[in-house]
Design a protein around this ligand. Sequence first.
Ligand code: SF4
Length: 363
Amino acid sequence: MTWLDTLTAKALAGEPPAREEALAVLASDNDILMDVIAAAFKVRLKHFGRRVKLNYLVNIKSGLCPEDCFYCSQRAGSAADVLKYTWLKPEEVLATAEAGVAAGARRVCLVASGRGPNDRDITRVAGMISSFKQDHPDVEVCACLGLLSDGQAERLREAGTTAYNHNLNTAEDHYGDICTTHSYADRSATVEQAKAAGLSPCSGLIAGMGETDEDLVDVAFALRALEPDSVPVNFLIPFSGTPLGSRWDLTPQRCLRILAMVRFVCPAAEVRLAGGREIHLRSLQPLALHVVNSIFLGDYLTSEGQAGNKDLDMIADAGFTVEGAAAGDPGQSGTEDGEPAARHPDLVRIRRRGAGTDIPANA
Ligand code: SF4
């Protein structure tokens, strides 16, 4: 039995890996990358089959945050040229959320910049959520509004909110290097508050912020201890005008190893491939679907994501199916049972360049 077999058996049994095993995943060689992915895929398959859940972000209040999270384009003093606006009108929030649902999202995530909401903010967001749920009772709503005060999680729950997102982001030991205006303990307390109120806890991390392998393993185990239902894994989007704007530490292979490590540590959690996947995984994005069971569709909070139809094609081409989609919907795989996907006539392009023409060759 190899160490990967042992790790897989533990994850399939719901047991955590030893810390050294989690570190070994991160330290593993590219020569065994496909073995690592295949091992993580067994765990994914057990809990989620070949389904991919689509989530859709709506940034309901953008920029101008008083906090100083070094990775964030919306932080105090950010010179990143991102959209800045205060609370969107409810009708705009609902229309944007509905666009995501129409594209196949089964969870809508309403996100607001800021340290945390006041009670008036909660009233405003709760109203948006209850309106949305009236029309879409089967679509989950996740709120992400920052640090919560007493009673706020309960009010969100009463309005029909499914989940609350608050990421730990990095290891406790590394937290002071990425933020000075609030603490790691503040973050974990908010996740506990949301959980105590009956909201589904969603908490994840950001990789690529100068952390060590030990930090990544620490945050993964800390997340496991919080028992989140979903774990978004972000890869740093290095916005110019932020303190981490010049960091570019990740390779596609490292991203895959990080995702696999998180899958082994949190085997039954919805592991979500989140911000930064397009720029860091690039052409290896489809491989990540063998490890994660959830992605964001569309754009991120302040940066643009891959076109939604490209995501749906990627899911179908890799032999996965969109969670909740009916047969024939976009994103339903035509390849899983051996049937070819619908023919794309646009993919066959007659050559009009290079040899035999006056137009430069494609090289
Ligand atoms: S991550 Fe949230 S709290 Fe931190 S600066 Fe950005 S919007 Fe503010």
